[in-house]
Design a protein around this ligand. Sequence first.
Ligand code: PMP
Length: 432
Amino acid sequence: MSEELRQAAKEYLVRYGGDSFPNLFRTAKGTVVTDSDGREYLDFTSGQMCATIGHNHPAIVEAVNRAGQKAFHFFSGMIPEVVVELARTLAQDWLPGDLERTIFINTGSEATEVALRMAKMYTDGYEVLVLGGSWHGITGGASAVSMASDRKGYGVPPPGVFVIPEPNAYRPYVAGMNEEEAALANLDIALKMFDMQSAGRGAAILVEPVISAGGVLVPPPAFMRALRKAADDRGMLLIFDEAQTAFGRIGTRTGAEYFDVVPDIMTMSKTLGGGLPLAAVATTAAIEEVLHDKHFTFYTSHVSDPLGAEVGLAVLKVIAEEQLVARSRQMGAYLRGRLEELQQRHEVIGDVRGLGLLLGVELVRDRASRLPAHKLGALTTAKCFEKGLSMNIRRRPERGSVWRIAPPLTVSTDEIDRAVDILDKSLRDSLA
Ligand code: PMP
């Protein structure tokens, strides 16, 4: 059966890049995904960083059934009751500062498009400052503000995108400075360049609170505060892309909460739907009033769908009831400790970093040179998979080879121990 379907996959599917696995998959539950031969894998990527409350949590299954009893979908102009309930829950319990009005769509890429539209319309500008190595989505506007490597071959991106070097404590770009000094010095230069090049039409500064796909980099808090000031000084809006960082992944409710910096616009996606497509963009009442006066639109087939909202409400309830934000801190500390033990045994582990249960392990040829160990990373990731552990390695030629380790927040210490054991054995096999 699985061999026949594997052949059919070759015949009938468009290949879409990224890391693809040799097997086909059938079921997922909690931290475990199962392939079509019945082999189980510990999922230390939470699917595509979405399954933060564990795969197929009963509360999500119930929410889907509940939507089935009520409605999956309406005409886009009909606001479902459950959408209002979710927006209110977000504003009252989760969103930072005075962010309180939210629109619901389906994916993180769409959320980036919404945020950019909001900022451009609000400011009458179009210029956007972003961090190098960031990922904000695959659609036209979103890929224009994301890392260049993933939009090669698709024409020229819109003008007006300016890049700030991303803070990187392990590779700080500026010799002789500490992490914070280097981050602020780079920002200072980037802003000076922007001010010289700008047509005076600044719209937004857009950042991930933790630069995840770019190698799990946590900026120094002073850098995030400086971004807030840079946006204010220029009449631009500050946008946080919290696709991954919102709702407990990093051990706080949001990245904004961790850094104690309130953006003007916040996007949420992966972690809100818990594995189903749901995304949201929140802003302040004051900004929303202006946008509405200017006839802001983002009208799609699935804007405000009740199915997603029913699921989003259930996900937030589980995170609150199971105290997963605190659990992310506890389990994150445990996992980090275990990874640091591995680092002591393996010279090739150059750095262990991250927040909560969003951790990065950087592989190097040796600690002195810090040269990226790309082949070792690819080989060891494949060996982990053979031994029953699904891991994601971020390989960027100029940015090193980094495992992003992010199991569901419901992960147990036993599962962590098993995963670290597999990682250890796989590294030893690869190095032998
Ligand atoms: N922003 C961030 C920070 C992301 O990690 C991603 C997905 N990798 C996106 C946006 C895009 O989300 P989606 O793939 O759901 O369109």
